[in-house]
Design a protein around this ligand. Structure first.
Ligand SMILES: [Zn+2]
Length: 117
């Protein structure tokens, strides 16, 4: 359990444990955000609730994804301050920040691809 969501998450729930195992396989142990935005395979141990449990998020496969420590910590710190999302990555080539996709759509696509195999 990560210290960041210990206060608000129930990581002992059987549904969470079951789905976390699936999500680790689905996301192949890599951070989904770093992979999609940076094309970098960053090892990820944290199975994050996209919508935090404190905000009504469930343990469903549509709300869970693997994040690396950096992305997870950034998101959790912002949530703890009442914010949402991530501090954007800067594209050093263009000088612009990289736009975040609709992550729930990305997660849904990962589920479709995974369960279609
Ligand atoms: Zn990441």
């Amino acid at each position: 359990m990560s210290k960041w969501d210990a206060a608000t998450s129930d990581h002992s729930s059987p549904e969470y444990k079951r789905n976390r195992a699936i999500v680790r396989n689905r996301d192949e142990g890599f951070c989904v955000r770093c992979r999609v935005l940076l094309s970098i395979l960053t090892p990820a141990k944290d199975c994050d609730h996209y919508t935090a449990q404190a905000h009504g998020g469930t343990h469903s496969l549509d709300n869970l994804w693997m994040l690396c420590k950096r992305c997870h910590t950034d998101k959790t710190v912002r949530e703890s301050k009442g914010g949402a999302g991530f501090t954007p990555f800067l594209d050093y080539t263009s000088g612009y920040y990289i736009k975040e996709p609709d992550w729930l759509e990305v997660i849904a696509e990962r589920n479709s691809a995974y369960f279609a195999r």
